[in-house]
Design a protein around this ligand. Structure first.
Ligand SMILES: Nc1ncnc2c1ncn2[C@@H]1O[C@H](COP(=O)(O)OP(=O)(O)OP(=O)(O)O)[C@@H](O)[C@H]1O
Length: 308
């Protein structure tokens, strides 16, 4: 569906995307995971054929965006980072106008709008003003709008940023259903839980480059341990702070990361790390044992957290 080789994007001196290779296959949910400024949106805008490629090669649905931009845009669904709904129009008309824009006959658009309102669970809001919708409803309406032309490929730029947990879950459920219906999804996110929930495969981006690629599970297996023991010490406990304690527990795991407020000890058995820490007379004020996540993968590969 998408094939990129050495893809680049520059804005003057700023190199937002510095040569990336990506293959997105039909029917998969593919993610671009990375912190703010990693180059995800810049990549997405090139894939949406709305921002010219600065270097390398890009094919979308087998076409070259420099030549076939309008044809590509006609077959894509795009859900941008910011809602760009028409606040003058009600919910139904936001979809209707969009369908007409694609040149669909009136009757067909009306049927499609009804179908989409049902899909995004906004049928009872059809006559409501956009400004009266919650953030989650607006996002769902934006997704419905991006589906008007029955795209094979749907691009979602940070679909759940700013939504509360419940609204995020509702949205994830809708996206999951789209995937089941055979729509290829490309998602950018800086939420590792979103990437884990939705993506079959993903690339981890940092500073315009891809630093890792694979399924969420493979990436975790490859770059992290099974479990992580998080140890938080009081300021006085270690004398030299978490750095000093880190040296005393370094042999308990495969690796230790020192964050400003806690230590992360990577090991196959986190409970054992906690037990041995206590045996050594160290007294953390809080402990937590959890499984490794994509956040740990990102920390391992870049030395930073996704929200840095
Ligand atoms: N139109 C633009 N003009 C100048 N610089 C830009 C432009 N768009 C993006 N950039 C810069 O390119 C880099 C990558 O930005 P981009 O928006 O692609 O990252 P991102 O991973 O999507 O981050 P975010 O999550 O904040 O959207 C950043 O340094 C950004 O400031």
């Amino acid at each position: 569906m998408i094939s990129a080789r050495g893809l680049r994007k520059s804005f003057g001196d700023i190199e937002a995307v510095r040569g990336i290779d990506v293959e997105v296959r039909r029917g998969e949910a593919f993610g671009f995971l990375g912190p703010n400024g990693a180059g995800k949106s810049s990549t997405m805008r090139m894939v949406a054929a709305v921002s010219p490629v600065s270097g390398g090669e890009l094919r979308i649905l087998g076409m070259d965006p420099a030549v076939d931009g309008p044809a590509i845009r006609g077959r894509l669904g795009v859900c941008p980072q910011e809602d760009t709904l028409d606040t003058e129009l009600n919910v139904r008309d936001n979809l209707y106008i969009y369908g007409r824009y694609f040149g669909m006959p009136k009757k067909e658009v009306r049927d499609r709008v009804a179908e989409l309102l049902d899909f995004v669970q906004l049928t009872d809001k059809a006559d409501a003003k956009v400004e009266d919708l919650s953030g989650g409803m607006k996002r769902r309406l934006t997704i419905a709008r991006s589906l008007v032309n029955r795209p094979d490929l749907l691009l979602l730029d940070e679909p759940t940023t700013g939504l509360d947990p419940q609204a995020r879950h509702v949205l994830w459920d809708r996206l999951f259903r789209l995937k089941q219906a055979g729509v290829t999804l490309v998602i950018t996110t800086h939420y590792m839980d979103e990437a884990e929930q939705l993506c079959d495969r993903l690339v981890v981006m940092d500073k315009g480059l891809i630093v890792a690629e694979g399924s969420p599970l493979d990436l975790i297996r490859e770059h992290s341990s099974r479990e992580v023991a998080e140890l938080r010490f009081g300021v006085a406990a270690g004398g030299g702070g978490h750095e000093a304690v880190a040296e005393q527990v370094a042999d308990l795991g495969e690796r230790v990361e020192v964050l400003p407020d806690r230590l992360l000890v990577y090991s196959a058995d986190g409970e054992e790390v906690v037990a041995k820490t206590l045996e050594r007379g160290l007294r953390p004020v809080a402990t937590l044992v959890r499984r490794s996540t994509l956040e740990d993968v990102f920390l391992r590969l870049t030395g930073r957290t996704l929200v840095d």
